[in-house]
Design a protein around this ligand. Structure first.
Ligand code: SF4
Ligand code: SF4
Length: 404
């Protein structure tokens, strides 16, 4: 685990524990703090231990400088934006680390900056094949074990808290938001397509997901060990990077369409193209937490007034004010509708039996899933790639010649 990964992990877990503490769950925070610190210290891995010390100091300072947070007055929009930007910044640093590591390998120099294993999160097919290998053959991949871990993380978030990963964590979603805002500077009006175009476009991401699942499920079980030991798999991350930095004409056209969709409408990429979004959309139907409108408090039913502030705030164009439970696969649990609602109790992110999850609770849940699992995987030896540096250095020199 590189220092940037260690620091992000320590910061995220320390922040979750601080949120727990600030919300009055002091014993829970103490128990979690002891558990996480014990796990990190027992790793005897200095970057993790140093990162934990830095994270604790940062949180102690943050408590003084963020009276709003310390007093419990958290606004969902502020919290979501800061979580998203911090995660995007860490992914950017991870990207720089990956590029420097690869450039040194390509130049034939033993890298002084280690490869960030978390980058394997961008290998969903490899992750799917690895999960299949674990379930059918009981084999753990040695080359990109983090791919299976990160895929499991994403699947778990979908099962527990809808598409909160898209709404609160995804750096690509954040980039799409900025692109959309840039477009709005020049062309002010919304360019929402009519429903008869919107619906088939939304199905595109499900088709892409089907194609990915076809590759994973279609691979014969007995071929999996061969694939996991192949040179192609050993450098799947470099192949992926090469695909992005040396795009062919078809790739450039695809990128153009993706960027165009993101700029055209809010969450255009997530809504129409992203197969991860499709996967999470399907899993989100199983999530116990949903946005629920309480008719006893909503101005429409309780007071007979006209109101659609929640619907107007929704980036996924869901008619929140007309529904009781939001089951839509497009809901990213962003809580913008809750923030926009003038009545405190009218909208909640809750289970059917009334267990509510605040923005703070959702942040704790999301960060815990996203970072505790990698920590456990790291401690169990299922995180760091065992591909020798010399093998990667040799393979990167022959990248073009290595196929499936
Ligand atoms: S329904 Fe609410 S939580 Fe879901 S996407 Fe719309 S604004 Fe976000
Ligand atoms: S914003 Fe609140 S009060 Fe208004 S319609 Fe939506 S849930 Fe009801």
């Amino acid at each position: 685990m590189s220092f940037i990964e260690s620091l992000t992990l320590a910061l995220a877990l320390t922040y979750s524990i601080s949120l727990l503490y600030w919300s009055g769950k002091k014993w829970g925070a103490l128990a979690s703090g002891l558990l996480v610190s014990g796990a990190i210290i027992s790793s005897f891995y200095w970057p993790l231990i140093a990162a934990l010390a830095i994270a604790v100091v940062i949180m102690a300072i943050a408590a003084k400088w963020q009276p709003e947070v310390a007093q419990g007055e958290l606004r969902a929009n502020n919290l979501r934006e800061s979580v998203k930007h911090m995660l995007a910044l860490s992914m950017l640093l991870v990207g720089v680390q990956f590029v420097v590591n690869s450039a040194l390998l390509k130049a034939g120099i033993t890298p002084w900056l280690m490869r960030p294993d978390v980058g394997d999160a961008f290998l969903p097919i490899a992750g799917g094949i690895e999960l299949k290998a674990i379930m059918t053959l009981g084999i753990w991949d040695k080359n990109h074990p983090a791919a299976a871990v990160m895929l499991t993380v994403v699947l778990l978030t979908g099962l527990l808290c809808k598409r909160a990963f898209c709404g609160w964590a995804c750096p690509l979603g954040l980039a799409g938001e900025y692109l959309y805002k840039l477009r709005k500077r020049f062309i002010k009006q919304e360019l929402l397509p009519p429903a008869w175009i919107d619906w088939p476009l939304r199905m595109l991401k499900y088709l892409l997901l089907l194609a990915l699942l076809y590759i994973i499920i279609g691979m014969p079980t007995m071929s999996i060990p061969g694939y996991l030991n192949s040179n192609y798999h050993k450098i799947a991350d470099l192949k992926m990077a090469l695909f992005f930095v040396t795009p062919g004409l078809v790739t450039i056209i695809c990128f153009g369409i993706i960027l165009g969709l993101a700029a055209w409408r809010r969450q255009g990429f997530c809504r129409y193209i992203c197969p991860y979004g499709a996967l999470l959309g399907i899993l989100s139907f199983l999530s116990p937490f949903k946005i629920r409108r309480n008719t006893q408090h909503c101005l429409i039913d309780a007071k007979g007034m006209s109101c659609d502030k929640c619907t107007r705030a929704c980036p996924a164009s869901i008619s929140v004010h007309k529904k009781i439970n939001i089951r839509s696969d497009e809901c990213q649990a962003c809580m913008r509708c809750i923030s926009a609602c003038p009545k405190n109790e009218a909208l909640q992110f809750s289970t059917r039996n009334g267990w509510k999850l605040s923005a703070r609770g959702l942040t704790i849940m999301l960060l815990t899933i996203m970072f505790l699992l990698p920590l456990v995987a790291y401690l169990g030896g299922f995180w760091h790639s065992e591909t020798p540096v010399e093998a990667r250095m040799y393979l990167i020199q022959h990248l073009d010649k290595i196929g499936h």
